[in-house]
Design a protein around this ligand. Structure first.
Ligand code: PAF
Length: 288
């Protein structure tokens, strides 16, 4: 069983003996763990001797009216799952332990990259992610940290944070783990009703179809996106965004599409109470 710590000072003390000769990995989570999280731990074990998993439902990354209060908290089950994949430590702090003052008067500004995509409808979200991830980095001082590629924008922001603040931490993006029908695993999938759960995989099917069309590069990008949005809306999704960006999340249009080998389609869409996120890499096969 992993050892659980709720206090920063205790975790620091426990990790001190490993620091000189062993590599420490951090897997930050908000708990309610599923197979996608366990995959992050398995990857962490390939890159480090000691794996710390943080479980903290971070209030600063939830906006007003979002699901902070109802977000599932399942610490006991989470720890049991982590034991099956060999996590060494669980760090499960209280809100007071993480935030002596809430909201914290210090912020980690993460720049223009936070203002697009999820940042448009969740304007305070990435500030909250930036501060909690910085704190976790300072508390655990890992050699390596693992984040899922499902949260593509979050991963890009964290890479930028590490680069700009010179954190001596290697950031690894882990491939999206999907259910057999293609739906990306997420703790929020449990908000889906039975019939919504049957509809949900259409999101990934649409991304794959769109990726193929964009890769073939035969029709204007805007037209393809308008048609895809219409199909998704007819299937029952309320689209927050569906956009195509470069792998570094800069804008791309028909005039510049041929300059990029690697593009990514990013989507956030509501289905009932669940806000689903997904993304798909695109390879441009044909130059127009
Ligand atoms: O991806 C998440 O679960 C959260 O945003 C993270 C990185 C654990 C920060 O709270």
């Amino acid at each position: 069983m992993p050892t659980i710590h709720h206090h920063i000072s205790e975790l620091r003390l426990a990790l001190r003996p490993y620091r000189t000769a062993q590599r420490i990995a951090l897997v930050p989570t908000m708990g309610n763990l599923h197979d996608g999280h366990l995959e992050l731990v398995k990857i962490a074990k390939q890159h480090a001797d000691i794996v710390v998993v943080s479980i903290f439902v971070n209030p600063t990354q939830f906006g007003v009216g979002e699901d902070f209060d109802s977000y599932p908290r399942t610490l006991e089950e989470d720890v049991a799952k982590l034991a099956t994949v060999g996590a060494d430590y669980v760090f499960a702090p209280t809100i007071d332990e993480m935030y002596p003052v809430l909201p914290p008067p210090t912020s980690v500004l993460t720049g223009a990259i936070t203002e697009q995509l999820c940042g448009k409808t969740r304007p305070t979200h990435f500030d909250g992610v930036g501060i909690v991830v910085s704190k976790l980095f300072n508390i655990v001082q890992p050699d390596v940290a693992i984040f899922g590629q499902k949260d593509y924008q979050q991963l890009a922001i964290i890479k930028q944070l590490v680069r700009d603040l010179s954190y001596p931490i290697e950031i690894i993006g882990a491939p999206i783990v999907r259910a057999t029908d293609g739906l990306a695993l997420s703790s929020r999938n449990q908000y889906l009703s039975e019939s919504e759960r049957k509809t949900a995989p259409i999101l990934q099917q649409e991304l794959q179809y769109l990726a193929k069309q964009i890769g073939d590069n035969q029709q204007p990008l805007d037209m393809l996106l308008v048609a895809a949005r219409e199909r998704m809306t007819s299937a029952g999704f309320i689209i927050d965004y569906l956009e195509v960006k470069t792998a570094e999340l800069t804008a791309v249009g028909d005039e510049s599409i041929n300059n990029h080998q690697d593009l990514v389609i990013l989507v956030a869409a509501w289905l009932g109470r669940a806000r689903l996120l997904d993304n798909q890499l695109v390879k441009i096969n044909k130059i127009r």
